[in-house]
Design a protein around this ligand. Structure first.
Ligand code: SF4
Length: 379
């Protein structure tokens, strides 16, 4: 259940004051506990939960089946933490990148990718990221802070509203699929991501199917076990190298957990839970895209019921990595397929608006393309 993180704070005169509770970060169970604790009937929890997570409202005044007195009371005892749209950029391929501002002025990004058979949203889980992947624009920000469950889910609610309005839809939840591949490493914010998943999958909320949610990790090995036992959604591993030498160089996390450790964790994962793992492999010219790399990758995945998504690198100015061309990517894929590894070259969405994998870094393309002055330095 969501935890009521109510730490008393001391006011200027020394009196202890209870800070307002972030209601949209609570599960239905947590919300029930909250309403009971303030002397209200438990059924209020379901009413408020439905408003928050099924209809995606952002103010108490919109909860019209609550009495005015209760709405006023909630304004003083609780808060609704949401995100505000700050910028949207549209790609020629239909992808839309949204930049949202959090309650404390931080910027996060979400990417909406419509296709004929699904409407997918990529969400952020942290402001910045601590993992330091050398090819990734988000890494240059460092970790600023974790996102609360409410802030993760608020991205979904906000884009649902946008899609309803833009596409003239009446359905409450037009988004069909979610990927946790935006800014941040989801397993480095595991508790909040887990609560967000509970909210997103709840019947009284958006009611996403676990099969339609994928969480991506660089490979925090101890957390993969917890992820397997404590959640039921799909896992993607951002692998990006076929040997430790290369992975050490481009993904610092590999200095702590080697590829062999990662593969051991992954091998235990699907066997116990029947959940197939996806490997994401960003192809970078001359770094990890040779025939030898493809053969080594095939050998690594020999006994793993997995598929590989090959992603041609989206270049980020100043990071020093180049994209693999179409022919090389095809050849890489063929080697994997010859070794009976399911491999796909993933369409690059939103490349022209820096919305593709590894390109999210609060770059303001309206003006000079420089980073926004939003205090997004290193942690
Ligand atoms: S690729 Fe993902 S984990 Fe690595 S720095 Fe970027 S956001 Fe973080």
């Amino acid at each position: 259940m969501g935890r009521l993180k109510v730490k008393p704070s001391v006011t200027y005169c020394g009196a202890v004051q209870q800070p307002a509770v972030d209601l949209a970060s609570l599960t239905l169970e947590g919300l029930t506990t909250f309403f009971t604790s303030i002397g209200e009937k438990p059924f209020r929890a379901k009413q408020v939960y439905t408003w928050l997570h099924q209809r995606g409202v952002t103010s108490f005044d919109e909860m019209t089946d609550l009495s005015k007195a209760l709405r006023e009371r909630l304004k003083t005892t609780a808060l609704l933490r949401s995100v505000t749209k700050d910028l949207e950029q549209r790609s020629i391929d239909g992808t839309i990148k949204y930049r949202f501002q959090t309650h404390d002025g931080r910027m996060i990004e979400s990417v909406y990718m419509p296709s004929p058979d699904r409407k997918t949203l990529c969400v952020s889980t942290q402001v910045g990221c601590a993992m330091g992947c050398k090819f990734c624009a988000t890494a240059t920000l460092g970790l600023v802070r974790q996102l609360a469950p409410s802030e993760i889910v608020a991205q979904v609610h906000a884009v649902n509203r946008e899609v309803r309005r833009n596409e003239g839809l009446e359905t409450l939840r037009p988004i069909t699929n979610l990927v946790f591949m935006g800014m941040g490493e989801p397993l480095h914010n595991f508790e909040n991501v887990k609560t967000a998943l509970t909210l997103l999958e709840s019947e009284e909320g958006p009611n996403f199917s676990a099969r339609h949610i994928t969480v991506s990790t660089v490979g925090l090995v101890p957390m993969i076990e917890r992820f397997a036992t404590e959640t039921d959604v799909k896992l993607a591993i951002s692998l990006n190298a076929s040997n430790d030498e290369t992975r050490d160089r481009i993904m610092p996390v590999n200095k702590k957990w080697k590829i062999a450790d990662l593969m051991d964790a992954v091998k235990r994962f699907p066997a116990r839970y029947g959940r197939r793992v996806t490997f994401e492999y960003v192809l970078m010219s001359g770094v990890n895209d040779t025939d030898d790399d493809a053969h080594r990758l095939a050998a690594l995945l020999k006994d793993v019921p997995a598929k590989v998504n090959l992603i041609q690198y989206n270049e980020n100015p100043g990071l020093g990595f180049g994209s693999t061309g179409d022919n090389r990517a095809e050849q890489f894929k063929k080697i994997l397929e010859a070794a009976e590894v399911a491999a796909f070259i993933r369409a690059n969405r939103g490349r022209d608006i820096a919305a593709a994998c590894g390109q999210l870094a609060n770059v303001d393309k309206r003006s000079d393309g420089g980073k926004l002055e939003n205090d997004l330095g290193s942690a």
